[in-house]
Design a protein. Structure first.
Length: 343
């Protein structure tokens, strides 16, 4: 019911905003063009803080032409809905999970591979290298949108209601929420668990009602989204480092003047900088809060058995999608340059 009401509210917001925009052309005074950005996180999340910084930056630099408005907490619908709205231009930007984007371009599949990056340093160097990410970010142009920057979403780990996950065998018979991606479903199969794909906004209720036994995400899900109120065991198996992606409607981006586009590009860099700075701070704060206020226990299992179990997935994905091989090879070079230093 809540999800249904959210969708209705989102549609009402868009109708009102559309009316405002339509009214802009009726007078002699030219109104600033509203630029709408949607995401599914709380206002305390690093993503929202970064987007708010972008909002202030654009409104200060181009406030006579554009007014940025940021909508958190799925106010404009689920991520799937927001991506569709960005496609059509009903909204201009949204933050999308990699799992959603790989349904539009198989190039994004590469980031869903478990244990793809050897270290945080390798991950960051890959994501900051336009020679690696550029073709991926532009691969959805035919769908009507492109990536404009990436956001750090940390490492994804298992958290559960009834017991800690310390070996792959502990996942046997457990229903674990995963992102809606075939690779994530196959990953859970290899690890011995049962994958339950669902939207992020549905996870808390599913955990509370015991429809699922656990989920996998970063530490902020425990605190910002309340999952630590239900799940008391968080295990650092570190199976994925998957970026979130800010996408923009191509018609809007292509319609900017060269001067305005340069300012927007500067703003996208600001989003990336602020979000990454706030991320590490927020993770430490989330761990402290989860331990002290939600009584969550943190576990640090040996990741090697998990990694070994997932290895076949790399080869099977590359065989099905050989176009990923060059990107995969480029990532391996960074892995060699920035190997794991252990825990």
């Amino acid at each position: 019911m809540k999800r249904h009401l959210r969708k209705i509210a989102a549609l009402l917001i868009l109708v009102v905003l559309a009316g405002i925009l339509a009214g802009c052309g009726s007078g002699t005074e030219k109104k600033a063009r509203i630029v709408r950005i949607g995401h599914n996180q709380s206002t305390n999340h690093p993503t929202h803080i970064a987007l708010a910084a972008f909002q202030d930056f654009i409104n200060e630099k181009l406030g006579d032409k554009y007014r940025v408005e940021v909508y958190p907490n799925e106010l404009l619908g689920s991520q799937n809905n927001m991506v569709q709205l960005t496609q059509t231009g009903a909204i201009d930007f949204c933050v999308a999970s990699n799992a959603i984007l790989d349904t539009f371009s198989k190039n994004y599949e590469i980031f869903n591979l478990p244990y793809l990056f050897a270290s945080q340093e390798a991950y960051e160097h890959v994501m900051d290298d336009p020679a690696v990410t550029g073709p991926i970010f532009e691969s959805t142009k035919e769908a009507g949108f492109s990536a404009v920057t990436w956001l750090d979403a940390g490492t994804r780990n298992f958290y559960t209601v009834s017991k800690a996950i310390e070996t792959p065998a502990d996942l046997k018979g457990m229903k674990i929420r995963v992102q809606q991606s075939p690779i994530n479903v196959e990953m859970m199969k290899l690890l011995g668990g049962s994958a339950t794909p669902m939207g992020f906004g549905e996870v808390y209720t599913a955990l509370q009602s015991k429809i699922i036994d656990g989920a996998e995400n970063n530490e902020l899900a425990l605190t910002d989204n309340g999952h630590g109120d239900v799940c008391k065991f968080y295990s650092y198996d570190m199976h994925q480092m998957i970026p979130d992606i800010l996408i923009g409607n191509n018609a809007f981006l292509d319609g900017l003047t060269a001067e305005d586009r340069a300012i927007f590009e500067e703003g996208f860099q600001l989003i990336n900088k602020v979000q990454r700075e706030k991320w590490s701070e927020s993770v430490e704060a989330a761990k402290t809060k989860a331990q002290n206020e939600q009584n969550v226990q943190f576990f640090y299992p040996d990741t090697k058995p998990f990694e070994e179990a997932c290895k076949p997935l790399h080869q099977s994905v590359l065989q099905k999608n050989p176009g990923l091989q060059a990107t995969y090879d480029a990532i391996q070079k960074y892995n060699q340059e920035f190997p794991s230093t252990g825990k």
